[in-house]
Design a protein around this ligand. Sequence first.
Ligand code: GSH
Length: 233
Amino acid sequence: MAGGGDLKVLGVWTSPFVIRVRVVLNLKSLPYEYAEEDLGNKSALLLGSNPVHESVPVLLHAGRPVNESQIIVQYIDEVWAGTGPAVLPSDPYERAVARFWAAYVDDKVGSAWLGMLFKCRNEEERMEAVARADAALETLEGAFKECSKGKPFFGGDGIGFVDVVLGGYLGWFGVINRLIGRRLIDPARTPLLAAWEERFRAADATKGVVPDDVDKMLEFLQTLRALSSYKPE
Ligand SMILES: N[C@@H](CCC(=O)N[C@@H](CS)C(=O)NCC(=O)O)C(=O)O
């Protein structure tokens, strides 16, 4: 089994995709080296490790790169299956359901997130993206009920695949909350998810990884928007 010396994450501290990988490494208590990337001046290691997308996160395991956050999370869960809690369910059907909802999060919530913060050219476009996020979160409220079966997380008693995929966005949701003057995960509209958000933020594995400094995030947002190379798809 590889120890911490064998694991390195190339990341950006605000990235929802990086955060989910770090939460899973924490859940499994796997030590790793973390290298912060500058998206305006990417390292040769990043460009060489992920030449197709040139994006973070990259997990280097004994020097070999694994790319794409959902794939990285599943890789960690498979390689360290006996270490710490399982992130994906053991039952194949439940695993398929978890993968379905994780894909839904990145498709619907992820595109609304880009719309709310990066792509919108005016307030009207921001609010259109907020409406798309609201609709996706309402659907996820139903998914939470189905997957959690009354337990605290999508994954049941502990944080699972859908939890880390959605939870990675919570730092940016703090920024959106400030911009729109209410909680995006609205306790009135989606009470189960609102309670889930509190639990996820309070979990040990997310401490120091899910950002909570909204001012610092807003500063980062300005830097990112000013980067001519940053073109969110
Ligand atoms: N689908 C990818 C998305 C990764 C991604 O978009 N990462 C952003 C940071 S949040 C990035 O590195 N973008 C490269 C760039 O801006 O040049 C994943 O899940 O890993």
